[in-house]
Design a protein around this ligand. Sequence first.
Ligand code: NAG
Ligand code: NAG
Length: 507
Amino acid sequence: MRIDTSLAILASLGGAAAFWRMECRGQVGLARIDPLINPGAVSSHAHAIHGSSGFNEAATYEDLINGDCTSCAVAQDKSAYWAPTLYFRHDNGTYEAVQQVGGMLAYYFLNKDLKDTNKKITAFPNNFRMIAGDSTRRNYSVAGLDYTQPDPPKSDWGNLGQTNQHDLAQRALGFNCLDYSGAAEPSLFRHYLPDKAFLDANCKDGVRFELSFPSCWNGKDTSSPDHKSHVAYPDTVLNGNCPEGFDVKLPGLFFETIWATNAFVGVPGEFVISNGDVLGFGYHGDFISGWDADFLQAAVEQCTASSGMVQDCPLFTILNEDEQRKCKMPTPPMIASEKLAGVIGDALPGGVAIQYGPGPAIGNPAPSLAIAAAAPSEAASADAPSVDAPSVDAPAPTSAEEFTGLPGGVFQEAPTSTPEVNAQAEPSPEPTPTPTPTPSDPPVPAGYELLRTDYVTNGNVVSKIVVIETVEYVMLATETVTVTATFGAENARRELHHLHRHNHRSH
Ligand SMILES: *[C@@H]1O[C@H](CO)[C@@H](O)[C@H](O)[C@H]1NC(C)=O
Ligand SMILES: *[C@@H]1O[C@H](CO)[C@@H](O)[C@H](O)[C@H]1NC(C)=O
């Protein structure tokens, strides 16, 4: 029996697909601090940090807005965006950082609550905070499904009972295999980090970590004890209906980072996220809004260009890539001395142990080492490793003995040479764009219905994917039509290609 919600989706999608993507070309820091989970202390694992230079281990809203720069593209965005980093464990037990490519992207999807599309999108209030994902999770538990299999169609999730918040949170993680010569995988297509053999064989341009944050809010709390319970996912993660009690629709924040796993093709070993997670179920990210809420509200209402480019929003003051990359936070000196980039030794930063699951990770409790005494130092800031020029040669700590309780060679001797870094060119997979007008949705062919609209990013190309479905009862063929916009080019390119995916369903 086909349960058809396609028409309802079609009816309510109109005009709801605006978004912009905040480019954060620079990493403002790479450090083992996390003001949400371990305020004022060293955090258990390493994070790549993007956004305001006012970030610190106990960052307040005031700290962020008073930061003198941001590593993101819009001067008015003093938010902090951070997530774990990726390492490679060589077969001999040595860990080496995987290079993060091109900074990070934070999408702001302006999708309405489908329950009431007249309701406006509400800006994050000042000092709004949230976490997406669960660092201790080590399994996939949606409806007992095999995590290696693709999700059922989104339109079926409700009827299959897969729209509870635990399930949606697990589907909010994506590990996208990048091969710019082929068709792009949709976002949030795969919810686990593929193993090395798969990455080696298929992902010649690396892997993209994706993380969707909840975008339905209880309308009153800027945070909550777990930094999660004040928000919820709409019923298809990026889009859909907000649950009862979370009736205020926020911008849908979506992080993307790209990791050069392809630099390790043929090298024996395995990839592991800085929190000791090999399969990726414990991937997570954190956000503190450093916007002025009134300004962000105006941007949410006015910056609805279909290009998604922040450069197309007249309200934004755009910072060039150099300015973004130059912006660094002052890292507390003792943390700055920790080696997090290049070949780092025989343990993950913080001595985090790999735990494969399926039970939740234990035994990597957050260390409660206060950083209080350490005054931020400009020198440390200048030496902070960055995306584009990793510089891990921070001076040897002057007070390492204070940290002798930390396991695992946290404070290594500074290396004598800069670690070898793989080419960091921005992926520019589009050879010869054919100039055509701004992309618009292709017509829905006769006999098909619009099922949903998604976005995927492939280097500097954002594709809008319109999924259409045949109106047949015996077998449903789902066809994906892609409209591609090349960012940074004067003209957008329109391209249609058809990925034939056949979903057999009972009737
Ligand atoms: C392990 O192998 C890596 C990569 O070849 C190398 O950089 C590292 O020095 C080796 N570690 C040891 C302890 O031999
Ligand atoms: C799967 O992970 C959840 C969340 O961490 C945990 O509660 C559950 O016990 C795990 N399942 C198994 C079989 O270990």
